[in-house]
Write a protein that binds this ligand. Structure first.
Ligand code: CA
Length: 244
């Protein structure tokens, strides 16, 4: 194995009921030096998880019986292992990014095995590197954080609130809020938001940005914020309403 190989302890559990997809994933991960176990149902996934304590979980949403969402919830009760969802439909994407499922990322079927392994590596790098890397956003405020109208974003504590109400944001929603709070009024294209907020921009899709904007809007609305804070610029992108 080359020096770029993951450590031998890097076990990945793949939960996927379609054998051909599972085999593809297994093959490409093994090629890159990962140890791989496969489970075809949610129930089996929970058993295998307890047995082998994987360092990473790839989880299909559409499983027979227990869904990927259910499995994720169960796992999250006992572990903070990175989880990457495999989704097949737009509606599933909305649920993945909208609910507080504690997933780290997702890919949409059909995907290339290379894209998938790149994503796994990126997430593992991120969870290994944690606080040392200065990831996202043009945060030009000090430790006091950013404030635009009633939106407060604290990049150091990774916390955001609207009018004192805590916003429970996923990683990417938080990244978007951070970018908007740093430059209210500035119009960002989807590509720019991708570059600023996502770790592997080339591996993602425009609609990923749209889906996260949608869920960020929903969470702001829940916190009592007005509907028009994030402005859609048709054919261009998004901005934060300056007077928000
Ligand atoms: Ca499936």
């Amino acid at each position: 194995m080359s020096s770029a190989s993951p450590p031998p302890s890097c076990r990945v559990l793949v939960v996927e009921d379609e054998p051909s997809i599972a085999e593809n994933i297994e093959y490409s991960l093994r090629t890159e030096g990962f140890e791989v176990a496969v489970a075809g149902t949610g129930e089996e996934a929970l058993e295998r998880f307890a047995e082998i304590a994987p360092a990473f979980l790839i989880l299909d949403v559409g499983l027979p019986g227990m869904s990927g969402f259910d499995v994720c919830r169960e796992i999250r009760h006992r572990s903070a292992v990175p989880i990457l969802f495999l989704t097949a439909r737009e509606g599933e994407i909305d649920r993945v990014v909208g609910l507080e499922l504690g997933a780290d990322d997702y890919v949409v079927k059909p995907f290339s095995p290379r894209e998938l392994t790149a994503r796994v590596r990126a997430i593992l790098r991120r969870s290994a590197g944690t606080a040392t890397s200065s990831t996202s956003a043009p945060a030009d405020a000090g430790s006091a954080g950013l404030r635009v109208g009633k939106l407060a974003v604290d990049p150091e504590r990774r916390r955001a609130s609207w009018d004192g109400v805590t916003l429970n944001l996923s990683r990417y929603e938080f990244g978007l809020a951070e970018v908007f709070a740093a430059h209210p009024g500035r119009v960002y294209t989807r590509d720019q938001l991708m570059d600023l907020v996502w770790d592997e921009p080339e591996a993602s899709l425009d609609r990923t940005v749209d889906a996260h904007i949608k869920s960020l809007r929903a969470k702001l609305r829940e916190a009592g914020a007005p509907d028009d804070l994030i402005v859609t610029h048709r054919g261009v992108g998004y901005s934060w309403k300056e007077t928000g």
